[in-house]
Write a protein that binds this ligand. Structure first.
Ligand SMILES: [Zn+2]
Length: 333
């Protein structure tokens, strides 16, 4: 059996296969990265659906796989040189999931992150309409795998839910790997923080607005200057006051997260606040962050939140997020 066939069959076992094959030796390093660079053999992952104690249904939906550079995943070296460090890095991370979330709430369906489209498999062609800076940075530093039937619209249909019934699309941020599925939701209110919306309009930095549909008409969100636990402001999304949007800037201009409150625990849908739970535990910043001090502050607030109340912490690219959701696993620091 060829390595490619093995990978096709392995799916989640990819890391174990590589770890067990002796490719961690120095001579195998380039071969390892060639594998992580080619995501075409990766398979679909089924959604995870849970019902909370108060009766809300939460679906975790993986719309694709993404590989990034090691220097993108983790901040190392000189902070001010973090972007050149990513471009110069030859090492790719293992493929990570791209997750969106869907909440069935009595007040309406809520999507968190509209997700990327299958066109992103061929980034050069996909970004033909984008500015030169985005073309340069994204095509060199990302690898994406999405099949058309992995897109959020198709997966919602398989769950028996219509994209036309979605009341709110809450965008954690506008980076391309979280957005571009806006066309699925022409009737929904799209909620983006004002800082995120206005920042990206001035300087795109990872957002590709030429891919948005002509119906794209988001509502820039201004938070209430009322604290929400450790967060200094928030936006109460539902009248029931069981879902709130909180500012978690730093990764991008105005990154935001969503909190679901339940009788037993809270769920923090954290976008790219950190790339995974381990980074939250170890206070490790990603290498791509736009604003380092704000990113540190958001990370500390998220830690304070998790320490103050039983929380299921769910970042968008954590390979363990779906299993944590399925088990209702509380994050301990
Ligand atoms: Zn991301």
């Amino acid at each position: 059996m060829t390595r490619r066939q093995l990978l096709q069959r392995s799916g989640w076992g990819l890391g174990a296969l590589v770890a067990g094959s002796g490719l961690h030796s120095l001579s195998g390093r380039i071969r390892t990265n060639e594998i992580f660079n080619d995501l075409s053999t990766l398979e679909a992952v089924s959604p995870v659906s849970v019902t909370t104690a108060s009766g809300l249904r939460i679906h975790g939906i993986q719309t694709g796989w993404i590989a990034i550079k090691s220097a993108h995943y983790k901040m190392t070296g000189i902070e001010s040189l973090r972007f050149p460090a990513i471009i110069a890095d030859l090492n790719w991370t293992r493929p990570k999931p791209m997750l969106s979330w869907l909440i069935e709430h009595p007040e309406g369906l809520i999507v968190v992150d509209s997700g990327e489209r299958a066109g992103a498999r061929d980034l050069t062609r996909y970004l033909a309409c984008a500015d030169a800076g985005s073309q340069f940075f994204i095509t060199r530093n990302f690898r994406v795998q999405i099949e058309p039937d992995w897109e959020l619209g198709a997966q919602m249909q398989r769950l028996g839910l219509s994209t036309r019934d979605v009341r709110w699309v809450v965008q954690t941020h506008l980076h391309f790997d979280h957005a571009n599925g806006f066309a699925f939701f022409p009737k929904s209110q799209i909620l983006i923080s004002r800082a995120e919306y206005e920042g990206h309009r001035q300087m795109p930095l990872g957002a590709v607005s030429c891919l948005y549909p002509i119906t794209f008409d988001p509502r820039p969100l201004d938070y209430l200057e009322r604290d929400f636990g450790v967060f200094p402001a928030h936006f109460p999304l539902t009248k029931a006051e069981d879902i709130a949007i909180v500012p978690t800037p730093g990764h991008s201009y105005g990154h935001q997260s969503l909190v679901i409150e339940d009788e037993q625990r809270r769920y923090l849908l954290a976008g790219d606040l950190t790339f995974d739970e381990r980074q939250l535990r170890q206070r490790e910043l990603g290498g791509i962050v736009w604003d380092v001090p704000k990113s540190r502050e958001s990370l500390e607030r998220a830690r304070g939140f998790v320490q103050s109340t039983p929380t299921v912490y769910l970042p968008s690219h954590d390979p363990e997020s779906l299993s944590r959701l399925a088990r209702g696993q509380i994050t301990t620091l």
